[in-house]
Design a protein around this ligand. Structure first.
Ligand SMILES: [Zn+2]
Length: 226
């Protein structure tokens, strides 16, 4: 397949091309040009791309409609990455909490079952040097909510992890209702809507009290406050 793509691009660009393939979450295409030869590094996700997409790659490389081409390639990448995310890699059930149950409950209670995101615990924490911690995040491109695995502990109250899930679901909801416009982050409207979560105050208090534990735990120290 790579040889087919190489020849296709060689024909389109009219220059000798050398190609290699990478697996990457960040790099889609890289072009390095020497006087008479071009080296192209292509993300693995394009190996099965239809001819239409190859033609867009060629536009991108020649600089023709570069802006539009780039946008199409990013869209293709997100779509493909989402399709290849395998359910088996999703961890919904921890030792103490089941994210799918929490998600379903909140979706029904607050979002009219409108949220279609997938949810998973994130990968195990690497030791962070920073003095902050991210308890959850939402990727609008992949429509996935990731929850920090360090919340799956017996001393973490259910209302707290539930609040983190709720917060990320609200990001998903805001993204849905913004109809593809730029994500609104923690806008006024976001903060207003967040107040419908009844344990918001309690959760924020618990977070303030215990934040250092999570940060220190990440640094390998042990301390516990309940
Ligand atoms: Zn947020």
């Amino acid at each position: 397949m790579i040889e087919k793509i190489r020849r296709y691009l060689e024909q389109k660009l009219g220059k000798h091309i050398e190609m290699s393939v990478i697996r990457s979450r960040k790099i889609l295409i890289q072009k390095k040009q020497k006087s008479d030869a071009i080296t192209i590094v292509l993300n693995k996700i394009f190996l099965d791309a239809p001819e239409e997409t190859l033609s867009i790659i060629s536009d991108f490389l020649t600089g023709k409609n570069k802006k539009i081409a780039r946008r199409h390639l990013i869209e293709y990448a997100h779509k493909t990455m989402r399709e290849t995310l395998k359910e088996k890699n999703f961890v919904v059930s921890g030792k103490f909490f089941n994210l799918k149950e929490i998600f379903a409950r909140l979706n029904q209670q607050y979002f009219n079952n409108l949220i279609t995101s997938k949810i998973t615990f994130g990968k195990r924490c690497k030791k962070e040097r920073t003095s902050s911690i991210v308890f959850g995040n939402y990727s609008p491109q992949l429509n996935i909510i990731r929850i920090n695995r360090s919340l799956d502990q017996d001393f973490v109250p259910e209302y707290f992890i539930e609040y983190i899930v709720f917060h990320e679901m609200l990001h998903a909801y805001m993204h849905l209702s913004s109809k593809g416009k730029k994500s609104t982050g923690h806008s006024k409207k976001f903060k207003e809507m967040e107040k419908i979560y009844p344990d918001l105050e309690k959760a924020e208090q618990w977070k303030r009290k215990n934040l250092n534990f999570f940060i220190n735990a990440n640094k390998g120290k042990k301390c516990l406050e309940n």
